[in-house]
Design a protein around this ligand. Structure first.
Ligand SMILES: [Zn+2]
Length: 384
C-alpha cells in the first residue's frame, strides 16, 4: 500500500518509486511506493502536479492505493520526482482549514454539525443542521479571524482507541482505530482525511460571503485565503467602478445607488404624467366624425399611452383609430376598430407599408418602416 506523506500539508516535492502503471480510458494510472499527492476525500479534490515530468491530472484512491492519473506512462521500477501544484493545493488547504476553524467556533457556540460540504475554488458551501443568525455568523467569523492572527498550530494525530473514546470531536466515526484527527489547538477536533495548513496563520482570512436557509438549517457560502482575496478584489473592483460612475466614496455607493433609483422612480412618474397630458390633449382635439378614420401621429409615447388614445378615438368613428409613434427606422402602431375585421386587415397593412405585427379584430399593434406620407396616403385610401 502507498505510504501516505500528506500528513505534512506543506510537503510539495518528494521522490518515490513507481510500483504500477496501467493504461485506462482517461490516461495512465500510476501507483508509487510513497506519495504526498492527496487522493480526493473529505470534500477536497485530488491533487494535480507532475511525476517524473509527466503531468498528473487527478489523484484518487482505488483499493487502498493512491492512484495518480498521468497523461503519459511511467516506467515501473523507476524512481521519480513528484511535484504537487502548490498554488492549487495551498488554496484548497486554506479553504478546508478555514472551514474547520469557522465550524469549530460555530459548533462550540451553537452545537451545530457540518452536514454538507462542497469545496470549489470560487465557492465553498458549508451546510449547518441549525439556523444561525447574522449576529452569530459575524461573531464566529470574527473569532475565527482572530484565531488566524494568533497563528495556532493545526496538528494531525491518530489516537489509540482509549484516547479516541474519551475525545470530543466532530464527525465522530464508528471506527476505533486509525481515525485521523485534525486538531486546532483549544478550538476544534475533527475526524478528517485531507491535508490542512500547519497553522491557522496560513489560512490568511476566512470570510462568510453569504448565507441562506437550507432544509431547516443554514447554508453558508465561505471562502478563505487566496481564493477569498481573489473574490474580495473582484468585488472591490466592481464597487470602485460604481464609485467612479456615481462620484461617490467607495463606502457610500449603496447610498448613491439608492438616490439614483429614487430619481429614476420620480422620472418615470414624470414621464407617465407627461404622457397622460399629451394623450388628453390629443383626445380632446379629435372631432367626432363617424365616416372618417383617425390617423394620429405622435412622438415619444409609450405603448400604453398609444393604446389609451386608440381606445378613446375608436369611440368616435366607425372606421379605424390608428396611432403611430415615431421610432428608430419607422413607426410603432396601435390600431383599434369596433367594426372592421382588423386581424385580416393587419396582413394588408403590413405588406403595403413594410411592417410586422398583428392582434385581434378589435386591436392590432406592430411597427412599420414606411414614411409618414405613405402611411397617411394608405389610410386615407381606406376611407374612400
Ligand atoms: Zn478537513
Amino acid at each position: 500500500m502507498t505510504e501516505k506523506l500528506f500528513d505534512d500539508g506543506m510537503l510539495f516535492s518528494f521522490s518515490a518509486v513507481v510500483t504500477q502503471c496501467n493504461e485506462t480510458q482517461n490516461g495512465f494510472e500510476a501507483v508509487l511506493d510513497r506519495s504526498a499527492f492527496f487522493p480526493e476525500g473529505g470534500g477536497q479534490a485530488g491533487d494535480v502536479g507532475t511525476l517524473g515530468g509527466v503531468e498528473v491530472i487527478d489523484t484518487y484512491e482505488k483499493n487502498g492505493e493512491v492512484v495518480h492519473l498521468c497523461k503519459s506512462p511511467l516506467e515501473v521500477g523507476a524512481e521519480v520526482r513528484g511535484n504537487i501544484d502548490e498554488n492549487i493545493r495551498i488554496r484548497r488547504m486554506q479553504n478546508h482549514s478555514g472551514e474547520h476553524l469557522l465550524m469549530g467556533f460555530i459548533h462550540n457556540k451553537l452545537g451545530y454539525e457540518n452536514v454538507g460540504f462542497h469545496m470549489g475554488s470560487e465557492e465553498v458551501l458549508l451546510d449547518l443542521n441549525g439556523v444561525i443568525s447574522p449576529e452569530d455568523i459575524r461573531e464566529c467569523e470574527q473569532r475565527a479571524n482572530e484565531a488566524i492572527a494568533r497563528n495556532i498550530p493545526i496538528t494531525i494525530s491518530y489516537p489509540d482507541s482509549g484516547t479516541l473514546a474519551a475525545l470530543e470531536y466532530r464527525s465522530k466515526l464508528e471506527m476505533t482505530e486509525n481515525v485521523r484527527i485534525v486538531t486546532i489547538e483549544g478550538i476544534d477536533n475533527c475526524a478528517c482525511c485531507a491535508p490542512h495548513m500547519p497553522t491557522t496563520g496560513g489560512i490568511g482570512i476566512v470570510k462568510v460571503i453569504s448565507s441562506e436557509s437550507n432544509r431547516g438549517g443554514t447554508r453558508l457560502h465561505i471562502l478563505s485565503g487566496l481564493d477569498a482575496l481573489d473574490l474580495i478584489r473582484k468585488r472591490m473592483e466592481s464597487n470602485a467602478a460604481i464609485s467612479h460612475l456615481l462620484s461617490a466614496k467607495p463606502e457610500k455607493t449603496a447610498d448613491a445607488v439608492e438616490k439614483l433609483l429614487n430619481e429614476n422612480i420620480a422620472l418615470k412618474r414624470q414621464i407617465t404624467e407627461n404622457e397622460r397630458h399629451a394623450a388628453e390633449e390629443i383626445i380632446s382635439g379629435l372631432k367626432n366624425d363617424s365616416r372618417k378614420s383617425f390617423c394620429i401621429f405622435t412622438r415619444g409615447l409609450g405603448r400604453n399611452t398609444m393604446r389609451e388614445i386608440a381606445n378613446q378615438a375608436v369611440k368616435l368613428t366607425d372606421g379605424l383609430a390608428a396611432v403611430f409613434s415615431e421610432e428608430q427606422g419607422g413607426f410603432g402602431y396601435i390600431i383599434a376598430s369596433e367594426k372592421l375585421p382588423l386581424r385580416t386587415m393587419a396582413r394588408d397593412i403590413n405588406s403595403a407599408l413594410g411592417g410586422k405585427g398583428g392582434g385581434s379584430d378589435l386591436m392590432i399593434q406592430g411597427s412599420l418602416t414606411a414614411k409618414r406620407g405613405e402611411i397617411e396616403e394608405y389610410f386615407s385610401g381606406l376611407d374612400k
